[in-house]
Design a protein around this ligand. Structure first.
Ligand SMILES: Cc1cc2nc3c(=O)[nH]c(=O)nc-3n(C[C@H](O)[C@H](O)[C@H](O)COP(=O)(O)OP(=O)(O)OC[C@H]3O[C@@H](n4cnc5c(N)ncnc54)[C@H](O)[C@@H]3O)c2cc1C
Ligand code: SF4
Length: 349
């Protein structure tokens, strides 16, 4: 590992100043960053350890019905907060489907949002990778890419964003609070992660020194609590990233869907909100024909990037399955390890 400075600022302002220096990066629990450093993939000059900053480890249920989640809240603590899980069951389900219990006990909210792609070529310093080294090329394009993107990719990069947590967050209009050199600002989560286009090395809308301090969910996000699910398909039951996942949240009134939220994971360089599918669902009866039409709309722009054409049909089926489960109602108890969607038969609808 390359030598680096380590600083532990006492305040948010000190942290921002320390991290705005070239070559500096924030360290939270380190479950992603330290692996990348050990492998020589990430080579920061300075680590700015934020884990001792005060006030960032709280879940605040605010009087206006919104919830504010500090960037240092642990993934496990959020998933197991009873009031949170009741109001936002699909988010708790997504958190519980990620990583392992040990990792969830350590990993933070801010770190989960900003974890790097799991593209194997990105992790291998001997490979060409435009994200790791701008302009060097992309070995995934002609290589093993069955797990890569089917939406929003470019010739420069076909990687996916690996977070489960971000998928229901983006569906429910989450806002990210950021402290930067010019003070505090807010950004819709949908605008945090960038599609690769011609600059895959720029993964987010953040500037040097920007610290995520919290994620907020608006009061309206609670309206979906009765009909919300997160469904993740992976290559083994635990300890694996999503091949494809979907967060579905519905409001059902008088036998019709009055509002729908739908986002996909594992398909693009960002959590993929699909407003075209939401428009199809709005006003429809919660029935298989509407779910199939929504799935077609969600994947209408999808194209395979090599070996991964199967993901397009898989994603369509996951959408139908997630909507079917959401329409049936949120279960009283969120499964810690979601059951295989193949068992329900809905994938074969
Ligand atoms: C074996 C394994 C399996 C996993 N499986 C899954 C999975 O199935 N689903 C899933 O979603 N995740 C999975 N993960 C990823 C895991 O969730 C992330 O490693 C974790 O969320 C990162 O959080 P952290 O606090 O450790 O961040 P760190 O590793 O400390 O940081 C990650 C990145 O975020 C930046 N950062 C951290 N906090 C802030 C902040 N507040 N503001 C600005 N920048 C910040 C850091 O600079 C760094 O670039 C897995 C990880 C492992 C090792
Ligand atoms: S897909 Fe993206 S992350 Fe993977 S090798 Fe290509 S440029 Fe790098």
């Amino acid at each position: 590992m390359k030598p680096f400075d380590y600083v532990r600022p006492a305040t948010i302002a000190e942290a921002v100043t320390a991290a705005a220096q070239p070559g500096a990066t924030y360290l939270a629990a380190g479950t992603n960053l330290l692996d990348l450093m050990k492998g020589g993939v990430s080579r920061p000059d300075r680590l700015v350890d934020v884990t001792h900053l005060k006030g960032l480890d709280r879940i605040e249920h605010l009087a206006d019905g919104s919830v504010r989640i500090g960037a240092l809240v642990r993934n496990a603590d959020l998933a197991h907060d009873t009031a949170f899980a009741k109001a936002y069951p699909a988010i708790a389900e997504a958190l519980l489907s990620g990583a392992s219990a040990q990792l969830r006990n350590a990993a933070t909210v801010g770190g989960n949002l900003l974890q790097r792609t799991r593209c194997a070529y990105f992790y291998d310093p001997a490979s060409r990778c435009n994200r790791r080294e701008a302009g060097s090329g992309c070995d995934a394009r002609a290589g093993g890419n069955r797990l890569h993107a089917v939406l929003g990719w470019s010739e420069g990069c076909i990687a996916t964003h690996p977070s489960d947590f971000c998928v229901p967050l983006v569906a429910l209009d989450a806002i990210v609070e950021i402290e930067g050199k010019s003070g505090r600002r807010e950004l819709p989560l949908d605008a945090l992660h960038r599609l690769p286009d011609t600059t895959p090395e720029r993964e987010t809308a953040l500037e040097p020194g920007d610290l995520i301090v919290a994620v907020r969910l608006p009061a309206t996000a609670r309206d979906f609590a009765g009909h919300a699910r997160y469904l993740k398909v992976r290559e083994r039951t635990s300890y694996a990233f999503a091949v494809v996942s979907a967060a579905a949240a519905l409001r059902i009134e008088s036998g019709k869907i009055s509002e729908a939220r739908l986002a996909l994971g594992g398909v693009a360089a960002k959590p993929w909100r699909t407003r075209a599918a939401e428009a199809v669902l709005k006003g429809a009866a919660p029935e298989p024909s509407a779910f199939r039409e929504a799935a077609q709309a969600a994947l209408a722009d999808a194209k395979p990037s090599g070996d991964n054409a199967f993901k397009i049909e898989l994603a369509r089926r996951i959408v139908v399955c997630a909507l079917t489960l959401a329409a049936a109602g949120t279960p009283a108890r969120i499964p810690a390890l979601p059951a295989s969607p193949f068992a329900s038969g809905a994938l074969h609808a």
